[in-house]
Structure formats: structure tokens, C-alpha cells
Design a protein around this ligand. Structure first.
Ligand SMILES: Nc1ncnc2c1ncn2[C@@H]1O[C@H](COP(=O)(O)OP(=O)(O)OP(=O)(O)O)[C@@H](O)[C@H]1O
Ligand SMILES: [Mg+2]
Length: 255
């Protein structure tokens, strides 16, 4: 059956273990094209693991996962992102990690233009123009020629966002680590994410600790604890009137 708004990412009964530890315990989740989903929950709950499965950096142990309409196979190929099966898919997925490894010896602009030129075959001059436009969008026009060590943590993270956007991904995964940033830097990064979210031109899954961002910018919020999605729904409902007792306790503690 044709679906006018197909799921961009679809988890069904997905499980993941590390050794004896069950990290994801039956995840069911559909994220629709153009939707902004915020994922919240306590540390160790499995938030990053969910993103890493979507990007093929981890392999699930059970259940089914489809990304942009393609069923992700179980087993070793998904563990190797450079595998031919993953290559075209990964070009559609931008991932801004908790540890956003920029190339240390390249300028901010070069960090952004490298992949479009090398992977997408974009002409260097076109990539440069696009890179400068992206730097402007993340508020870093003045930093095109700066190397990562000359940038603050929040600035580096914004370069990492611009780098992900340079590939024009259909899915953008963002793994926020608030603790690494001071509040001001974090606000700059959140502003960039908020601007992206408002466009609704790509699917965004944002692991965040920023309730303000989740409430204002996300369409839906998922609360994840101990490898289970205990609650998922409209942002205002989940944040302001959570049905699950654990979600309520978590939000009360953090807010
Ligand atoms: N490569 C790994 N090997 C073993 N255990 C792992 C590995 N990666 C994650 N884990 C474990 O899986 C669980 C979920 O980790 P994950 O990083 O997904 O949590 P999280 O919700 O992102 O936490 P945080 O908010 O602290 O980033 C944790 O208990 C973690 O220790
Ligand atoms: Mg994490």
C-alpha cells in the first residue's frame, strides 16, 4: 500500500545487547519524513545506541529496522559503514556525534567541503560557495579559515552541523552532550538546531537534554529509559503531561 508520508526510519521490536547487558529492549518507533523527534531520558538509557543503529555504526540483535525504505540487514555488513550496502544510504544520513571529530589540520571551511567534493563529486568552487553559505547559516562566517583548535566547543559543534548539512542528508541525527558545552555555547548550538527544525525539510532525530528545544522545536518527544521507549507522543503532551510515571519523575527532576 502506498503511503503518502512514509516512515523515514522504522524500528520494530529492535533489541541490542552488549555482552550480557540489554541496551535496547524491544524498540518500536516510526519517524516520518520531515518530522523532528526529540529523544530524552536518563544517561545510559540507549539514546546514542538508537542513533548509531540508524547510521549502521552498531548492529542490532533482533527485530527489524528500515531506513529510507530499505530494510537494514542483520549481521556484520551493517557494522562496516564503508560496506557497499551502506554507502548510498549513509550519504543520506548526517550524523553529528557527541564527539564531533573535525579534521584538526583542516580549516572550518575545508572540513565542510571535503566530503561533498570527494564523495558527491561536487566541483570545488561550488562546494566552497555552499560551505560559506552553511557557515553563515550556523553563524560562523568569520571562522571559515580557523582550525578546530582555534574554535570553542560550541563553534566546533556548529561546524560539525554545517559539515553534516553539506551532504544535504535526508535524515539528520544529532547527539547532544550538554555537559561538554557551557550554557552559552549550548544555546548557540540549540539555536542552529531550532532553525533547522523549523524548515521541516529533512527528518531530524535529536538526542537532547534541552527541554525548551524539545518543547518548541520537536513535533514529538520520545522518553527512553533502560532500553525501552516508555512514552512517545506530541512534545507538549509528553513534556507537560507525561502519562508514564517514570517520565514524570524524570521531567520533574530535570525541569
Ligand atoms: N560499545 C559498547 N560496549 C559496551 N557497552 C556499551 C557500548 N556502547 C554503549 N554501551 C552501554 O549501553 C548502554 C546505553 O548506552 P548509550 O550510549 O546508548 O546511552 P545514552 O542514553 O546515550 O546515555 P548518555 O545520555 O549518557 O549519552 C549503556 O549502559 C552503555 O554503557
Ligand atoms: Mg548518549
Amino acid at each position: 500500500m502506498a503511503d503518502a508520508n512514509p516512515a523515514s526510519v522504522s524500528f520494530r521490536g529492535v533489541t541490542k545487547r552488549f555482552g550480557e547487558t540489554v541496551v535496547l529492549d524491544g524498540i518500536d518507533l516510526d519517524v516520518h519524513a520531515g518530522e523532528v523527534l526529540a529523544v530524552l531520558g536518563p544517561s545510559g538509557g540507549g539514546k546514542s545506541t538508537i542513533l548509531r543503529l540508524i547510521n549502521g555504526l552498531e548492529v542490532r540483535d533482533g527485530g527489524t529496522l528500515s531506513v529510507l525504505g530499505r530494510d537494514v540487514p542483520l549481521g556484520p555488513p551493517a557494522a562496516r559503514p564503508e560496506d557497499p550496502w551502506w554507502r548510498p544510504l549513509r550519504q543520506e544520513i548526517g550524523f553529528v556525534f557527541q564527539a564531533f571529530h573535525l579534521y584538526p589540520h583542516r580549516t572550518a571551511l575545508e572540513n565542510i567541503t571535503l566530503a561533498p567534493v570527494a564523495v558527491r563529486g561536487v566541483a570545488p568552487e561550488a562546494a566552497r560557495a555552499e560551505g560559506l553559505a552553511l557557515l553563515e547559516r550556523v553563524g560562523l562566517s568569520a571562522k571559515a579559515d580557523a582550525r578546530p583548535r582555534e574554535l570553542s566547543g560550541g563553534q566546533q559543534q556548529r561546524v560539525a552541523i554545517a559539515r553534516a548539512l553539506a551532504m544535504d542528508p535526508r535524515i539528520l541525527l544529532f547527539d547532544e552532550q550538554t555537559s561538554a558545552l557551557d550554557p552559552e555555547m549550548s544555546a548557540e548550538v540549540i539555536d542552529v538546531l531550532r532553525d533547522l527544525a523549523a524548515r521541516h525539510d529533512r527528518t531530524m532525530i535529536v538526542v537532547t537534554h534541552e527541554f525548551g528545544f524539545a518543547r518548541e522545536a520537536a513535533d514529538r518527544v520520545a522518553f527512553l529509559e533502560h532500553g525501552r521507549i516508555l512514552e512517545v507522543g506530541a512534545a507538549a503532551q509528553v513534556l507537560d503531561a507525561p502519562r508514564h510515571e517514570r517520565a514524570r519523575a524524570f521531567f520533574e527532576r530535570v525541569l
